[in-house]
Design a protein around this ligand. Structure first.
Ligand SMILES: Cc1cc2nc3c(=O)[nH]c(=O)nc-3n(C[C@H](O)[C@H](O)[C@H](O)COP(=O)(O)O)c2cc1C
Length: 379
């Protein structure tokens, strides 16, 4: 008798009744999602990650979502310069916990699909049905260069990822030996056992923001992550966005849940929260790292008028890297998070400047409020 009923529905519910799922985003990378120079910025060391996962699980947090990052972005802190590889990180955290869902984030072009499929299955057995896959195609040229792999044209990245994921799904489900003959992948006499835990499969997410990336998610994934947070929009506009994504998935005969990402700075007063936000993310921003990330998107003082560039870099430091900033009192943060749920989103992956220091206050103050607002169970 398996320890857990790992139906796809239960996997998506992350084995809790929380309507709004809350996860932690980016804890495997140095500085997390905050390009800041403050001394308390996130280490991403293994002991800190392990303590964090155990603390998060005990407090009722639903999932952990790492970032697959291979190379730092430079700047004074070399933002993301130290990162733990996500599959080994996920497997170890799953072994050390009992209830929380842990994702592994994998660049399809960098891994042989059968090795990856077996890693996913192994992590899924370790976690007894709690492993989730974030499949990414990559966007950062420098990361590929260091592997000696050249980045395909944008559209083709997703064509390759489709074949790659098809091969993984075959390995997860095929009862017998099979061959796989795609345009990119030719695999012969494949045998892959065991299958994922409980006779189902891990949940799959993707966060492509281009039309092709989004279409890939709608065709293949259980969860679509959008960085375009509901909180930036009116409730009605956010609800319309979520409805449209779900409608398109249903047109393909699929159900998909929509998630978003955000950065939380929660303090007893609005003034304290605002001051820390300004201090950590603006005054002490690692501007070298911010400029490095923007340059990868071809946003530089040479490609844009200087005022526009300044506006973009300030926005990117204070909003875009970590996602929408939820800055304020527990009442305000809870209200804004509840709005995401009201818009029909299934969950959010949040980051903190220092996850271990800030998570206890968030869990003590915000989670009970979310239960009172009817979007989460009583912690
Ligand atoms: C929640 C979230 C997680 C992501 N994780 C990663 C990651 O770990 N590694 C990565 O290279 N890209 C990551 N991305 C980038 C996306 O996978 C995607 O490449 C990017 O949004 C650009 O979209 P496009 O590929 O459709 O052009 C993430 C994006 C979001 C919103």
């Amino acid at each position: 008798m398996p320890a857990r009923d790992a139906t796809l529905l239960n996997r998506m519910a992350m084995y809790t009744g929380n309507r709004l799922k809350i996860g932690l985003f980016g804890a495997n990378c140095s500085s997390g999602r905050s390009a800041t120079m403050v001394a308390e910025r996130w280490s991403a060391s293994w002991p800190d990650c392990l303590r964090l996962a155990r603390m998060a699980e005990a407090a009722g947090i639903d999932f952990m979502l790492p970032i697959a990052r291979w190379k730092g972005y430079g700047g004074a802190t070399d933002f993301h310069g130290t990162s733990l590889e996500t599959m080994t990180w996920a497997a170890a955290l799953l072994a050390a916990t009992e209830r929380i869902t842990v994702f592994g984030t994998v660049h399809a072009p960098l891994f042989n699909p059968l090795i990856a499929a077996k890693e996913f299955v192994t992590a899924d057995h370790i976690g007894e049905g709690r492993f989730g896959l974030n499949l990414v195609v990559g966007w950062n040229e420098g990361e590929f260069e260091m592997f000696g792999v050249s980045q395909r044209e944008h559209e083709e990245r997703y064509a390759f990822a489709q074949e790659w994921l098809d091969a993984v799904m075959r390995a997860w489900s095929a009862p017998d030996t099979f061959d796989f003959a795609g345009n990119y992948l030719k695999l012969s006499a494949v045998r892959a056992n065991p299958k994922p835990y409980g006779g189902t499969r891990p949940i799959i997410m993707n966060a492509g923001s281009s039309p092709t990336g989004q279409a890939f998610a709608l065709r293949n994934c259980d969860a679509y992550f959008t960085a375009n947070a509901a909180s930036r929009l009116s409730l009605a506009a956010a609800a319309a966005q979520v409805d449209e994504i779900k409608r398109q998935a249903r047109a393909n005969g699929r159900e998909i849940e929509v998630f978003t990402v955000g950065q939380v700075i929660c303090r007893p007063t609005q003034k304290e929260a605002d001051e820390y936000y300004r201090h950590a993310l603006i005054e002490q921003a690692d501007w070298g790292a911010v400029d490095g990330m923007l340059a990868l998107k071809n946003i530089t003082p040479r490609t844009l008028p200087i005022e526009e560039f300044e506006k973009k870099r300030r926005y990117f430091a204070g909003n875009a890297i970590g996602g929408y900033p939820y800055v304020g009192t527990p009442d305000r943060v809870a209200e804004e998070l509840a709005n995401i749920s009201r818009a029909g989103m299934r969950g959010i992956a949040v980051s903190f400047v220092n996850y271990l220091n800030e998570l206890p206050y968030f869990c003590d103050e915000v989670l009970p409020r979310l239960a009172r607002l009817g979007v989460r169970e009583i912690p």
